[in-house]
Design a binder for this molecule. Structure first.
Ligand code: ZN
Ligand code: ZN
Ligand code: FE
Length: 816
């Protein structure tokens, strides 16, 4: 029986070779009709034998192209037209844009073969790509996804490329960014003109082979700014301590670990141990940075790359240009974001030239413009699966589903937090977390947020109906939300920081029921004005109640205490001493007093005595700082979480040795958790017994590694006891672990072991980061869940764009 049917396919179906796939599938079964891209997806009409159409549909649903992702396939009958032959029609815009844009994808095996084949016309061409790989999100200006709507619009296809582009049986059929040496982008080398060069680079630019010239310059110690997919990298020889120090000095980055790009898997294995799951991740088409355990000895790696760290962030080449460069160098390169200090990554050529002039000796760039800034993603394998630490290139702009609470949910824009900022825009039941913006501490970051939001609004073709933001009145993100909400006439929704963390974790698992939310991090604004960060919540997507928290201690000097962990040690010693000075006279305290100096130490002690300039905090991040400082690891830090990372590294090292992994949830060898139930105020968590025990250990013969192990074990036990306490009261059996502290793989694994052994179901972050990079998604989930009811919008004083741009964030954000 002949039939004709209309098929609409939605999901990631454009720019992934979907139409040629449909074309082949239809021709194989001798079906007539056509396929075309529309802004809402792909539209197909087929005519032929009903059985053949069914087989065609089955094939479509079960074996779509590798990079595609089908959200829905809708089929409806049409009258017969008696058509013959199958064709691909040109794109047509329809009113609503529902097509999903693919993320940028690592070079595919076929393209790599061509790159290495001396007989191929694209041999060693740094910009080759096809429908299975290459740039997407970072070059797309607008939809529909056609070449004229990308930054490849200015490159006219040569006759050979056009033939491939128009041939439905070719891998490059409608490959929008396709190019070859005859018609595509070109590499360009420019010297730094700032006089910053420590390496004489003038001779390199004259070479006919710029990749080889760059490799030579790197081998001689140069710092090279390299234009990639979503921005510029700063590259240098990872085995050359002098180059790495120079890069750090010029970039203004003292100690934060730098990521490395290795030529291939064997060279990764020389640096780090790699599990099968980690290997999958390293070689996946998303090609993120993976945090791996370093091998002893660090052969071939300068210690300056990741000082004091047991882990190393490693990635493999993901563009043909990287493959050529790393192939030529043959050794790992430092490949870090092209920026100074904490500014957003540079991606426009003129801007990069200006901002990186004093940092790079050489610029290896090209003439394919980058439309959207997109940093490398960072991942870690925790409890056997992927945990995103930074979700950006290779993932963005793929959607993350949000649980459906309404039939027609409004579009929500959530603007995230202050540090590791991302935004998130929703359309229907999809949330679209944006790329990494960074810390909102300067004008560049604020503009990156503005630009990112307006680009996403255009690509997704949505006008936000609700704007969600943090409770903190002085965050730049809050000001941005206020201005935007006023401009577009949308209501605002405030979402508490730790509620957003927990909601993010629950929502990504599709959980809408109440959970026990354990949110541990450095800083988040509490409704009581305190600095929260050690929270046990009973929460669903709409509401939360604080069931317990780490008892408040003063945060002496506010922001200063974040940079100077010795202040937190003093605060915890004072609180744990209960009015006695004994702890403050102990050996570990005296060492800190010496480090802080004869002016600052007494000043902070009197601050603590008088309670001035010291907002209360329940932060577990700061508890890590205090213990690390007491253990003599860090009196001061260069970046957030540095002390905590070193404490984890020490525990990890000791845990691997004779001590072995402690029994899950067991008390042996741990410190007292300080968790108890108070008849009047319920579940309490007091850090004092832990602090006293740590001091006792450190005064004796106990090693720092053992103290670190015991501290981690105690925290895991505390979480277990707290969750048991909440389960007794509320009968809840699901625990969501969120907040930056749960990037700590050791703590997370021990906590999960303990909770699961006690019968809890545990949710970990698998789609968005547990740190503040995941806040925007959580804010969006909360705002969507609350969308069906009118809630009063608290009145805040309006602020002007000018005041926001004059750096308010630097003075009074992020936490006090
Ligand atoms: Zn390819
Ligand atoms: Zn060409
Ligand atoms: Fe946080």
């Amino acid at each position: 029986m002949p039939e004709r049917r209309q098929i609409t396919v939605r999901g990631i179906v454009q720019g992934v070779g979907f139409r040629p796939f449909v074309y082949e599938a239809a021709r194989e079964r001798e079906l007539a009709g056509f396929v075309r891209n529309e802004t809402r997806g792909v539209s197909i009409e087929v005519e032929g034998d009903a059985e053949d159409i069914d087989a065609f549909l089955l094939h479509l649903r079960t074996e779509p192209p590798a990079l595609s992702h089908l959200d829905s396939v809708d089929v409806s009958p049409l009258p017969l037209q008696g058509e013959s032959g199958f064709r691909i029609e040109y794109s047509r815009s329809t009113a609503r844009r529902e097509a999903l844009i693919p993320p940028d994808t690592a070079t595919c095996p076929e393209c790599l073969d061509e790159l290495r084949d001396p007989a191929d016309r694209r041999h060693r061409y740094p910009f080759l790509n096809c429908t299975r790989c290459g740039p997407r999100f970072t070059i797309i200006e607008d939809l529909p996804y056609d070449r004229q709507n990308t930054t490849m619009a200015g490159f006219e296809l040569c006759a050979d490329c056009r033939r491939e582009y128009e041939d439905p049986s070719d891998r490059r059929f409608h490959a929008q960014p396709t190019a070859c040496p005859a018609c595509g982008p070109e590499l360009r080398m420019e010297g730094a003109d700032s006089g910053a060069a420590d390496v004489n680079v003038s001779r390199f630019g004259a070479s006919p082979d710029l990749v080889r010239a760059a490799a030579d310059a790197l081998a001689e110690g140069a710092v090279v700014a390299v234009k990639g997919l979503g921005g510029y990298h700063l590259a240098c020889d990872a085995g050359n301590p002098e180059s790495v120090r120079r890069l750090r000095r010029r970039k203004g980055r003292d100690a934060k670990p730098l990521a490395v790009m290795a030529p291939d898997l064997p060279s990764v294995r020389r640096l780090c141990s790699v599990s099968p799951r980690e290997e999958d991740l390293l070689t996946s088409r998303r090609r993120p940075i993976v945090l791996l355990r370093r091998r002893e000895g660090n052969r071939g790696l300068a210690p300056e790359v990741a000082p004091g760290n047991r882990d190393l962030g490693v990635m493999l080449p993901y563009t043909p240009f990287h493959t050529l460069l790393l192939g030529e160098v043959g050794e790992p390169l430092v490949m870090t974001s092209g920026n100074r200090s904490d500014e957003p990554i540079a991606y426009r050529d003129a801007d990069a030239r200006e901002r990186l002039a004093g940092v790079a000796d050489l610029f290896l760039t090209h003439d394919r413009p980058i439309r959207a800034r997109c940093d490398d993603s960072v991942t870690r394998v925790v409890c056997g699966d992927v945990m995103p630490i930074r979700r950006s290139r290779g993932y963005v702009p793929e959607p993350v589903p949000v649980p459906r609470t309404l039939d027609e949910p409004p579009s929500v824009l959530a603007v995230g937090g202050h540090l590791k900022n991302t935004f998130c825009l929703t359309r229907g039941r999809h949330a679209f977390p944006g790329p990494h913006v960074g810390d909102l501490e300067n004008l560049e970051a604020y503009e990156a947020l503005e630009d990112g939001v307006s680009h996403f609004r255009r690509l997704l073709d949505v006008r936000p109906e609700v704007v969600a933001h943090d409770l903190h009145p002085d965050y730049l993100s809050t000001r941005f939300a206020q201005e935007l909400a006023d401009e577009i006439g949308a209501p605002r929704r405030e979402v508490q920081h730790h509620h957003a963390h927990v909601a993010a974790c629950a929502a990504e698992h599709g959980v809408t029921e109440p959970v026990i939310g354990v949110a541990f991090d450095g800083t988040g604004y509490g409704p009581d004005g305190a600095v929260w960060g050690g929270e046990v919540l009973v929460a669903d997507l709409r509401h939360f109640r604080r069931a317990a928290h780490l008892a408040y201690v003063p945060l002496p000097g506010g922001e200063a205490a974040v940079r100077q962990p010795w202040r937190m040690a003093a605060a915890h010693l004072t609180a744990a001493g209960g009015g006695e000075d004994e702890l403050l006279e102990s050996g570990p305290a005296r060492r800190l007093a010496d480090a802080a100096g004869s002016v600052r130490w007494p000043a902070v002690r009197s601050m603590l005595r008088e309670g001035v300039g010291s907002p209360p905090t329940s932060s577990v991040g700061r508890l890590f700082d205090a213990v690390a400082a007491l253990a003599g690891l860090r009196a001061e830090v260069d970046f957030q979480a540095q002390a905590a990372m070193e404490l984890e590294a020490r525990a990890d090292a000791a845990g691997d040795g004779g001590a072995g992994r402690p029994a899950a949830g067991g008390k042996s060898g741990g410190y007292p958790t300080g968790v108890y139930r108070d008849d009047e105020s319920g579940l309490r968590w007091d850090p004092a017994p832990l602090i006293r025990a740590v001091v006792g250990d450190l005064e004796g013969e106990t090693s720092v590694g053992t103290v670190a192990v015991r501290f981690h074990r105690t925290l895991a036990s505390a979480v277990l006891e707290l969750c048991r306490g909440v389960r007794e009261e509320e009968g809840l059996g699901t625990v969501a672990l969120s907040g930056g502290v749960f990037q700590n793989a050791l703590l997370t694994e021990w906590t999960v072991e303990a909770l699961e052994a006690a019968g809890f179901e545990v949710l970990l972050h698998r789609r968005v980061p547990p740190n503040d990079g995941g806040l925007s998604y959580g804010q969006a989930a909360v705002a969507l869940a609350r969308a069906d009811r009118e809630e009063p919008i608290p009145v805040r004083p309006a602020t002007s764009a000018a005041s926001a741009r004059n750096g308010i964030g630097r003075e009074d954000a992020p936490c006090v």
